[in-house]
Design a protein around this ligand. Structure first.
Ligand SMILES: [Zn+2]
Length: 83
């Protein structure tokens, strides 16, 4: 992975956390209800990459194999998404 801003490969991998250290920040897809997410269903962990050169912070979502199949229709330009 490279920095999207300056192209450097000097990225420090980490995660986003609450300042108190109480818990990590997670990614909740819009399609997942808040109730489901409260029980840990449908949410995915987030990885953070900090660039040593320009200090740009980029985030990545830890999608599972099922997620890829489920959301594949978005990538193929499913007509229902934009209409
Ligand atoms: Zn950078």
């Amino acid at each position: 992975m490279k920095c999207v801003d300056c192209g450097s490969a000097a990225l420090v991998k980490g995660t986003l956390m609450e300042n108190s250290g109480g818990g990590t920040t997670i990614f909740k897809p819009e399609a997942v209800s808040i109730w489901k997410s409260m029980f840990g269903f449908g949410t995915r962990s987030v990885h953070a990459y900090g660039c040593l050169h320009c200090k740009h912070l980029q985030l990545a979502v830890d999608f599972s194999e099922e997620d890829l199949q489920h959301y594949q229709q978005l990538e193929s330009g499913h007509p229902g998404v934009l209409e």
